[in-house]
Ligand binder design. Structure first.
Ligand code: PEP
Length: 255
């Protein structure tokens, strides 16, 4: 991590877990454990939990994010939630392009771009997910693939708005599987993503963008992953649901 150039960011992706009451309880557990964090701390909760999360985090150093948003502001999109709706309720962040949305809900690079633009237009900060399947890694195309995903997702994003984008490198084979990328593998791809951002926006902008690693990061492996110069934090799934594990990762990112 190079915290002199960019903030370290630890974000929990709670996925489809926790009721509103459980959200309040978990945040109340996390809060005292991360009060001295020297990194940004975000919890990305299910839509129905956002209100409880905003109430529970009020006055703390924990920020709240959603896990998706639609690209239209309003309209006939049954079951969807728009970026202005999230912004209006005080949500600060939104995950866009998570591999579970790409795999199970038909998300494409093009819709990821549309959602990114809509979120930024509403003043939300975006956690933009990119990453390869195992077969793609085995074909040796990881760097090209994440570069392409990054370029398409950022199409039309101004240099000014890039400041509101965090990129999360999440190898699909490492998500929820217990198989973590090695610290060197994570750093290599985070570095390649930064090089892509440099191609698009220049070196200064690339040096300022936070690139997280996500994929079975936990209390035991966070230190090593976060010690790498291009790994600026983590997007944490399973381990974000246990207050002590999440706090240990926040502590690792605060060093
Ligand atoms: C994720 O959901 O973004 C993730 C990285 O999950 P896990 O930490 O459980 O692999």
């Amino acid at each position: 991590m190079n915290k002199t150039l960019r903030p370290a960011v630890i974000a929990g992706n709670w996925k489809m877990n926790k009721t509103p009451a459980e959200t309040t309880a978990l945040i109340n557990e996390i809060k005292p454990l991360v009060v001295d964090a020297k990194c940004d701390v975000i919890v990305c909760v299910p839509f129905v939990d956002l209100s409880a999360a905003l109430d529970a985090t009020c006055g703390s150093n924990i920020k709240v994010g959603a896990q998706n948003c639609h690209f239209e502001k309003s309209g006939a999109y049954t079951g969807e939630i728009s970026a202005p709706m999230l912004a209006d309720m005080g949500v600060g962040y939104v995950i866009i392009g998570h591999s579970e949305r790409r795999t199970y809900f038909g998300e494409t690079d093009v819709t990821v771009n549309k959602r990114t633009l809509a979120a930024l237009e509403s003043g939300l900060k975006v956690i933009l997910c990119v990453g390869e399947y195992l077969e793609q890694r085995e074909q040796g195309i990881t760097s090209e693939l994440v570069a392409m995903q990054t370029k398409i997702a950022l199409q039309g994003v101004s240099a000014e708005n890039l400041k509101n984008v965090i990129i999360a490198y999440e190898p699909v084979w490492a998500i929820g599987t217990g198989k973590t990328a090695t610290a060197d593998q994570a750093n290599e791809v985070c570095e390649a993503i930064r090089a892509t951002v440099a191609e698009l926006y220049g070196k200064t902008a690339a040096d300022s963008v936070s690139v997280q690693y996500g994929g079975s990061m936990n209390a035991a492996n966070a230190d090593e992953l976060l010690s790498k110069p291009d790994v600026d934090g983590g997007l944490i799934g399973g381990a974000s649901l246990k207050a002590t594990d999440f706090a240990t990762i926040v502590t690792a990112a605060s060093k």
